[in-house]
Design a protein around this ligand. Structure first.
Ligand code: MG
Length: 359
């Protein structure tokens, strides 16, 4: 199975409501789409969004990496020796994790199609459906309370609430408001996106614990590079702490796992550089008894289809944050995963099951 062509397209899809976190506000989902074709007629699809503030990648840097670095390397390579190819992708270019992820998912799409299996079966097939949470953007406590009620009415039972944008005391009011509005049976997880410092994190998380707000976990309370601060928070609260922006690579995962600096890990293909590396992070975490969530950036149903195939394949991946496509005003993807409220199911088709992109 020889790679014969690699094409890229840029796409842009508006969101129905701005996605607001401590790090950024997104109104349009932009992405570079990658299409890889092999000599046996198999076509694989990939996607990478620009997430400057998290990965450092832009639309132009992704396109450059794919066209100028990966394309010359990959053309005429045989995908039956895919270990050679994935090792090469990691070594010929430093960083650029989003471009690597787009290439990686397109290659896995081709490989699984050649094996005549849906990708999640090819990777392990642990589950055949998933349930996603839904994100409440950071706004005033009143607006967040109203949004939370709307999402619960739509059938979501796990809310991922964005905090960390202003002073921490306002975050307490936000969560208190949401808990009052949605009742005690809805699971609430928080994501501070690096917005708090360690002491502030400990103070506010303990305050939420004392108030009985019943928070399932808190994602990335402190700065990505502050592993000591992350450990300080993990050591001083009862609520489980999840590392997100602190972990891109297996090496970084090992550092966090070795020092017990977090209780859980959020794996994203755009940080890990694709499924090949994401599997290593999950295996390291599983070895240490640490469960993983798989999340995403603001991506279309193409990127999320790849992430969902990976997430469904492994026992140790127990939480799923795949709401991004539900925030988009239109769907440019043909084939791939289907949503029925919070429930995600997979097509029987081989590979990712994507048959095209409308733009
Ligand atoms: Mg996060």
């Amino acid at each position: 199975m020889i790679i014969t062509s690699i094409e890229t397209y840029k796409v842009a899809v508006p969101l129905t409501k701005p996605f607001k976190t401590a790090l950024r506000t997104v109104e349009t989902a932009e992405a570079v789409i990658v299409k890889i074709t092999c000599d046996n007629g198999i076509t694989g699809w990939g996607e990478a969004p620009p997430t400057h503030v998290i990965t450092g990648d832009s639309l132009n840097s992704v396109e450059y990496a794919v066209q100028q670095i990966f394309k010359p390397y990959l053309l005429q390579k045989n995908l039956l020796n895919y270990e050679v190819v994935f090792q090469g992708i990691q070594t010929i270019l430093v960083g650029n994790s989003s471009a690597k992820a787009a290439i990686d998912m397109a290659l896995y799409d081709c490989i699984a199609q050649n094996c005549k299996l849906p990708l999640y079966h090819f990777l392990g097939g642990y589950r055949n459906e998933l349930e996603t949470d839904f994100t409440v953007s950071v706004n005033s406590p009143e607006e967040m309370g109203e949004d939370a009620v709307q999402y619960v009415k739509k059938g979501f039972t796990v809310l991922k609430v964005k905090v960390g944008k202003d002073e921490a005391s306002l975050d307490f009011d936000r969560i208190k408001k949401i808990r009052e509005q949605v009742g005690k049976d809805i699971k609430i997880r928080l994501d501070a996106n690096q917005g708090w410092n360690p002491k502030e994190s400990i103070r506010i998380i303990r305050k939420m614990e004392d108030a009985g707000l019943n928070i399932e976990l808190v994602e990335q309370p402190v700065l990505a590079a502050d592993i000591e601060g992350l450990k300080q928070v993990t050591d001083h609260v009862d609520t489980p702490i999840m590392a997100d922006e602190s972990i891109f690579t297996p090496k970084q995962a090992m550092q966090v796992l070795k020092t017990r600096s977090a209780d859980l890990i959020n794996i994203k293909l755009m940080k890990a550089g694709g499924i090949y590396q994401a599997q290593t992070i999950n295996s390291l975490a599983e070895t240490c008894g640490v469960e993983c969530m798989v999340g995403s950036m603001i991506e279309t149903r193409l990127g999320i289809t790849a992430a969902a195939h990976f997430a469904a394949s492994k026992k140790n991946i127990t939480r799923f944050d795949f709401d991004a496509p539900l925030m988009l005003a239109n769907d440019i993807v043909t084939g791939g995963i289907s949503y029925e409220g919070k429930r995600i199911t997979f097509p029987d088709a081989h590979g990712l099951g994507i048959s095209g992109i409308k733009n």
